[in-house]
Design a binder for this molecule. Structure first.
Ligand code: SF4
Ligand code: SF4
Length: 224
């Protein structure tokens, strides 16, 4: 199996519900966003719109097959799970941030917050309580904690804690435009494989050689 995601840019309306669902379900601290939606014209819009085509661009970890973050991690904390998702083992991460420098997509975030201290501040209490409430192990490794320690790096896991229960990632469930899909890229009959047929699916920054497993379907040209 090769886990992957397809995002249909024709259907993305830029509402940022996926950002909020991701943040809430994964208990991200203040200032941290694992998943962001960029507006056309933003310098973070990694694929400039072609003439006559403008689209919002959701970007989170691209779960690269050839992941530079994994290669530079000195303690083996970042690794490929058996299904191909790139995960971080919080029991190993030492917060050196080499992976943040290596990732060309800028999706990794450093946790500056001590959750115990943040917990005591009333305005943050709820933010540290929402989300999936329990620590979660995937293949024996600690890949999700609602109260993550200060000084670790974190990012999208394709919602490992939900997928292991047979549920879809939070962003997929939270998208009102039904623009996001996950599935097995190795299965030619899967929904994600079928959707990409005939749609000129593309990946972000292909020149970096990272081989992302997040694919985007281009929107149709419109008069702008
Ligand atoms: Fe690593 Fe960045 Fe690729 Fe995610 S997008 S696998 S963090 S290099
Ligand atoms: Fe966030 Fe989960 Fe979607 Fe990744 S798959 S962007 S962690 S909601």
């Amino acid at each position: 199996m090769k886990m992957g995601m397809v995002i249909d840019l024709e259907k993305c309306i830029g509402c940022r519900s996926c950002m909020v669902a991701c943040k809430q379900h994964n208990a991200q601290p203040p200032q941290t966003w694992w998943n962001r939606v960029f507006t056309p014209g933003s310098h973070r819009h990694l694929t400039p719109p072609a003439k006559g085509v403008e689209f919002f661009l959701p970007v989170h970890c691209q779960h690269c097959e050839n992941a530079p973050c994994e290669k530079v991690c000195p303690v083996g904390a970042t690794y490929h799970a058996e299904d191909g998702a790139v995960l971080i083992d919080y029991e190993r991460c030492i917060g050196c941030r080499y992976c943040m420098s290596a990732c060309p997509y800028g999706v990794r975030q450093f946790n500056w917050e001590d959750p115990a201290k943040a917990h005591q501040r009333s305005e943050y209490q709820e933010q540290y309580h929402y989300g999936y409430p329990e620590d979660h192990r995937h293949e024996g490794r600690l890949v999700y904690m609602p109260l993550r320690p200060k000084g670790i790096v974190e990012k999208c896991t394709f919602c490992a804690q939900y997928r292991d229960k047979g549920e879809l990632p939070a962003c997929v469930r939270g998208c009102p435009g039904k623009a996001r899909f996950v599935g097995d890229l190795d299965d030619p009959a899967s929904e994600v494989s079928t959707m990409m047929k005939g749609r000129n699916a593309f990946t972000l920054l292909p020149e970096k050689g990272t081989k992302p497993t997040v694919f985007y379907l281009p929107p149709k040209a419109k008069e702008v």
